[in-house]
Design a binder for this molecule. Structure first.
Ligand code: SF4
Length: 193
C-alpha cells in the first residue's frame, strides 16, 4: 500500500453495529422482553439513544426546574408575581413552583429594595437554601440601590451580601425582562454554573 493511500473505512452496518450493540433495555423498563421487536428487549427505532455524562444530565434537569423562593421586598415583587400568572406563565419553563420555605427552593429572586434592616434576614434565608443555589437581582434597587442610591437606609446592591448570578435591570423590570433573566439563568445552570 502506498504511503498516501488511506485504509478503506468499513461502512457502519446499522443492524450489526448499532442495534445489536444496544444494551438490553426498553423504554418501559430495564431488560423487559419486547415481543414485537426484532431484537428482544430493544426498541428498534433510531432515536432512543443519548450519549452524555451524568454531570450534563443532572445540570440539564436542574436547569429545567428551578424553584424560586416566594418572597418579595418592594414594587418589583408585583412584576415577579405577574410573571408567574397566566399571561406570562413561568410554568412554561418549569419555574412556577414558588416555595414558602428556603429549604425547598434553589433560586432566590431578590425583587425590590433591600434595606439595611432586611439585609441580615435575606442573608439568613440564602444560607438556609440547599446547594446548589442561584440568585437573581431583579430591578435597579436590588442591583445597585437604584432610586435609593447613597441612601442612609438602603443596601447599595444585594451582591454585597449574597453572590448574584443574573442582574435584571429596570425600575421595575417588566415580567418579560424577568423571564429573560430566568432563561439566562437556565443557560448558566445547564453549563454547570
Ligand atoms: S427598582 Fe423600582 S420598582 Fe423595583 S423595587 Fe426599586 S423602586 Fe420599586
Amino acid at each position: 500500500m502506498a504511503i498516501d493511500e488511506k485504509t478503506p473505512v468499513r461502512p457502519i452496518d446499522f443492524e450489526e453495529d448499532v442495534i445489536q450493540r444496544r444494551p438490553l433495555t426498553t423504554q418501559t423498563g430495564l431488560g423487559a422482553p419486547d415481543a414485537i421487536s426484532a431484537t428482544p428487549g430493544v426498541l428498534a427505532n433510531d432515536d432512543n439513544i443519548v450519549f452524555t455524562t451524568v454531570n450534563n444530565l443532572v445540570n440539564w434537569a436542574r436547569s429545567r426546574s428551578p424553584w424560586p423562593l416566594g418572597y418579595g421586598l418592594a414594587c418589583c415583587a408585583i412584576e415577579m408575581i405577574s410573571a408567574s400568572m397566566a399571561h406570562h406563565d413561568t410554568a412554561r419553563f418549569g419555574m412556577e413552583v414558588f416555595r414558602s420555605s428556603p429549604r425547598q427552593a434553589d433560586v432566590m429572586i431578590v425583587a425590590g429594595t433591600v434595606t439595611h434592616k432586611m439585609a441580615p434576614r435575606l442573608r439568613r434565608l440564602y444560607e438556609q437554601m440547599p446547594e446548589p443555589k442561584w440568585v437573581i437581582a431583579m430591578g435597579n434597587c436590588a442591583s445597585s440601590g437604584g432610586e435609593f442610591w447613597d441612601s442612609y437606609s438602603t443596601l447599595q446592591g444585594v451582591d454585597t451580601i449574597v453572590p448574584v448570578d443574573v442582574y435584571v435591570p429596570g425600575c421595575p423590570p417588566r415580567p418579560e425582562a424577568l423571564l429573560e433573566g430566568l432563561l439566562r439563568l437556565r443557560e448558566k445552570i445547564a453549563k454547570g454554573g
